[in-house]
Design a protein. Structure first.
Length: 243
C-alpha cells in the first residue's frame, strides 16, 4: 500500500512539472480601428497639397504660353544673337525674375497701411506678397526693429512674363506726361530698376478704394553681363526707354 501511494504521489508531481514547462498562452493585443480608404486618401491629398504650396483657383491650360515669352523665343533671341554675335543660343540674355518692392515709410505712424499695400500688390502681381520688416531700430526715424515697413513680391516664369506684358501694354501708357523710361537704373551688371510714383496706373487697382497713393520699384533681373546687353534685351521686349 505504501509503495502504491508513493507511486501515485510521484506521478502527480511529474504532472505538475509538465504544466510548469508549458508556455503560457499570450493575450491578444487590442488593435487600433482600421482607417477607411477615404480617410487615407484625404490625408495623402492633404499632405501633397501642403508640400506643393497654395493651389491656384483655376487650373491653367497645359498648352498656354504667355504672349511675351513666345515673342522672346521667336523674335528677341534671334535679334540679340545677330546684334552681339552670340554663337551659342545659351549665351543670349534672358529675363530671370522681376522683383516688385513697395516701401512704406508712413507705416511707422499708421501700420494699417500695410494691409492695403498687401491687397494692392496682390492685385498688381497676381501673387501673395511678403511683408518686409526693419532689420534694426533707428531712433531718429522712430523706427523699431522688426516693424513692418513695406511689401515685396518676386515673380518668375509665367507670372513674370504676364506682368511685364501688362506693364508695357497698359500701365506705362497711363503714367501722367510719360516720355519714356529713364535708362539710369542699370546697375552695371545688366539688371535694371525703375520707379513708379503711383500704383493707380495699374488697371487692377480700384481707384475708389485707394486710401493712400503708394509708389513702387520694379527690378528686372537678367542674365546679361553688361548694361548694353541688358538694355538691348529689355528694349526688344518692349520697354520704351527715353532717348
Amino acid at each position: 500500500m505504501a509503495d502504491k501511494k508513493d507511486k501515485d504521489k510521484a506521478a502527480k508531481d511529474a504532472g505538475k512539472g509538465k504544466d510548469k514547462d508549458k508556455p503560457k498562452p499570450q493575450q491578444a493585443k487590442p488593435q487600433a480601428p482600421a482607417k477607411s480608404k477615404e480617410a487615407k486618401g484625404a490625408k495623402a491629398k492633404g499632405a501633397e497639397a501642403e508640400a506643393s504650396g497654395p493651389v491656384e483657383e483655376r487650373p491653367r491650360d497645359p498648352n498656354y504660353a504667355p504672349r511675351l515669352r513666345t515673342h522672346y523665343r521667336k523674335s528677341v533671341t534671334a535679334a540679340l544673337a545677330k546684334k552681339f554675335g552670340y554663337k551659342n543660343p545659351m549665351m543670349v540674355p534672358r529675363l530671370q525674375k522681376v522683383v516688385i518692392n513697395m516701401g512704406l515709410g508712413a507705416a511707422v505712424q499708421n501700420p494699417k497701411i500695410i494691409d492695403s499695400a498687401v491687397e494692392d500688390m496682390r492685385a498688381i502681381s497676381g501673387q501673395k506678397p511678403v511683408v518686409t520688416r526693419a532689420r534694426k531700430s533707428i531712433a531718429t526715424f522712430k523706427l523699431r526693429e522688426n516693424l513692418p515697413i513695406g511689401v515685396m513680391v518676386t515673380l518668375r516664369a509665367e507670372r513674370m512674363w504676364e506682368f511685364v506684358d501688362r506693364l508695357i501694354a497698359f500701365s506705362l501708357p497711363r503714367v501722367r506726361d510719360f516720355k519714356g523710361v529713364s535708362p539710369k537704373g542699370f546697375d552695371g551688371k545688366g539688371n535694371f530698376t525703375m520707379g513708379l510714383r503711383e500704383q493707380i496706373i495699374f488697371p487692377e487697382i480700384d481707384y475708389d478704394k485707394i486710401d493712400v497713393v503708394k509708389g513702387l520699384n520694379i527690378s528686372f533681373v537678367t542674365t546679361a553681363k553688361t548694361d548694353e546687353e541688358g538694355r538691348a534685351l529689355l528694349t526688344e521686349l518692349g520697354i520704351p526707354f527715353r532717348h
